[in-house]
Write a new protein. Structure first.
Length: 321
């Protein structure tokens, strides 16, 4: 298979939160999906979940013009790992975030998958070199880390180990693009990849502001939700800089770096997120949203995300037209 050869058959190994969500994304793009999970009841739950989500996606015009039934017809449950892998040229592993499990599962995948299959892991934080080093096919192993749920959030991080072949990275990138994703390709592996490092920097500062008594939890959320994130939903920090000074990104740095320089020295002290500050954070959040409403609010979040994605797609079509 060449880098140009489209992926038509995929396998999903582990069908929990992330595995079932990838299945929607791949099948929506027209690929066949075989689900396998070591707990058989999980795949039944996954199919029921997928059926419900496909209806919501269709209502928001997020199925590329396909019907829920036609997308669902591409997804089937395999009764063994070998059966799931038989035709797959792209395998997405979604087992629990435990190093020993990843090592075991990747060993099995490398032994049983087709020679031309990419083996991708959804791991949130394990470096690919930690669970692929001793595999014969380590060159075809790579991390493809989604943001949950991948059928609504296009970005996915492609993270190569030192021995991942450039062809594997390129084929994974092409497949993701063909499935409507927006891959970020790391040049080499690093703890936290890209997005968790960016998010971690923001969360650490949010906790520090609350811990030091400068702001409420809700005011910080307003600053992002009704402030910075309005732009961030369609452009990143570098483009924001580039457009915020008449002469572009260098002009911005010359004008404003001084403001930030003084801050970074104040941002070095670590905050224990689950220490004393959590008492305040939790009390504020629970006053705004009682525990019994958490699940209902998660449904609301996913509906808002769908509406935002539909809006962004509409805007992108308008720009092209
Ligand atoms: N949940 C998230 O928001 C999120 C986001 C990005 C990445 N991830 C990553 O995705 C991976 C899966 O996370 P999740 O949230 O879907 O977990 P989950 O607990 O919902 O699902 C894990 C599934 O793996 C199955 N499983 C366990 N051992 C297995 C094995 N040996 N072979 C086959 N199946 C096995 C379990 O039965 C379960 O269905 C983790 O590496 C996680 O870090 C999760």
């Amino acid at each position: 298979m060449t880098a140009d050869h489209p992926v038509t058959d995929t396998a999903i190994i582990g069908s929990g939160f992330i595995g079932r969500a990838w299945a929607i994304s791949f099948a929506r793009a027209g690929a066949r999906v075989r689900l396998w999970d070591q707990a058989a009841d999980q795949t039944a739950g996954a199919l029921a979940y997928i059926g419900g989500v496909l209806e919501d996606l269709a209502r928001n015009d997020l199925l590329n013009g396909k019907t829920p039934k036609s997308v669902l017809s591409l997804i089937s449950v395999a009764s063994s790992m070998a059966e799931a892998l038989a035709e797959a040229t792209y395998v997405q592993e979604n087992t629990p975030e435990v190093l020993a499990t990843k090592i075991k599962v990747f060993e099995a995948l490398d032994g049983a998958a087709r020679a031309d299959a990419i083996l991708a892991s959804s791991t949130s934080a394990l470096l690919p070199s930690r669970f692929t080093e001793n595999l014969k096919g380590r060159g075809r192993c790579v991390v493809v880390h989604p943001i949950n749920p991948p059928y609504l959030i296009p970005a996915a991080e492609i993270v190569p180990s030192p021995w991942t072949s450039p062809e594997t990275v390129e084929r994974a990138r092409r497949f993701l693009v063909s499935a409507g994703h927006a891959p970020l390709v790391m040049k080499r592996e690093l703890d936290g990849f890209i997005m968790n490092r960016m998010q971690g920097a923001l969360l650490e500062e949010a906790f520090r502001l609350v811990a030091d008594g400068y702001a409420s939890v809700e005011d910080i959320d307003i600053g992002i939700r009704d402030g910075l994130a309005l732009r961030w939903s369609f452009m990143g920090p570098f483009e924001t800089m580039d457009l915020n000074a008449p002469g572009g990104v260098r002009d911005y740095a010359q004008r404003y770096q001084g403001i930030y320089e003084n801050l970074f020295a104040q941002m070095q002290r670590r905050v224990d997120w689950s220490g004393e500050v959590m008492g305040r954070v939790e009390a504020e959040r629970r006053a705004l949203l009682p525990t019994e409403h958490l699940q209902q609010r998660q449904v609301w979040r996913d509906k808002r995300l769908m509406a935002l994605l539909a809006h962004k797609r509409g805007q992108a079509k308008g720009e092209l037209g």
